[in-house]
Design a protein around this ligand. Structure first.
Ligand SMILES: [Zn+2]
Length: 214
């Protein structure tokens, strides 16, 4: 998905997925965003929040940033146990509910704010799970630009992906893989995009919340 037609800014969205190899914050990436006054949305998995309570509070306290829900255990959402990218999905509707609301509760407890946007682990979810998320008041937000292929791309490739963005794009990249090229690529691309007149928005600046859509 992209932003509504006619939207001028782009939305940079960064996932903190947690789990083995992904339980930290890419501090250089956050520094690049702060240093250039670039707004962004961070999708936090519940397991990442539990591993990084202080950083969760720090991100949430920064008015440049918005916190969104990236699932509790970072599972693909399925009512039938379907897997995605080799990761086992949830098995039934009750597990879908838990995967959504577990992270919601962790983020609320830690930040005092209630997320309005949701992206499942791996960004895969089936139609029933999407309906469950909507019924819980969350807007499901995926992406139309992949910035770093799960944190695996070298910096020049990340920069190229960002520089290729058009107004209204939603970019996905990882903010929990500091060993990758994401931070350096974003740092290199931001001045180029600003030179072109690109602006940057948090999702709530450019998307209606689910309640407003009804
Ligand atoms: Zn993720």
């Amino acid at each position: 998905m992209s932003l509504p037609e006619g939207t001028e800014p782009v939305a940079l969205t960064f996932d903190c997925c947690g789990g083995p190899g992904g339980d930290t914050l890419d501090e250089a990436l956050v520094k690049a965003l702060r240093g250039s006054g670039t707004a962004a949305t961070f999708f936090l998995a519940g397991r990442w929040v539990e591993a990084n309570p202080a950083l969760t509070e720090e991100l949430a306290a920064d008015p440049l940033f918005e916190i969104a829900n990236h699932g509790t255990a970072h599972q693909p959402l399925s009512v039938s146990g379907a897997s995605a990218y080799g990761i086992a999905g949830t098995t039934d509707a009750a597990a879908v509910y838990d995967e959504i609301m577990g992270a919601q509760k962790l983020i609320e407890e830690r930040t005092g704010a209630t997320p309005t946007f949701f992206r499942s682990g791996t960004a895969h979810l089936d139609d029933v799970s999407a309906e469950i998320a909507r019924s819980l008041g969350l807007l499901v937000v995926n992406f139309n630009r992949n910035g770093d292929d799960g944190g695996t791309l070298p910096a020049p490739s990340v920069s190229d992906r960002l520089v290729g963005m058009e107004p209204g794009d939603i970019l996905l990249a990882r903010s929990n893989r500091p060993s990758g090229g994401t931070a350096a690529g974003v740092t290199a691309a931001l001045p180029v995009l600003r030179e072109r007149g690109m602006s940057f928005a948090r999702l709530s600046d450019v998307l209606p919340t689910e309640a407003e859509q009804d």
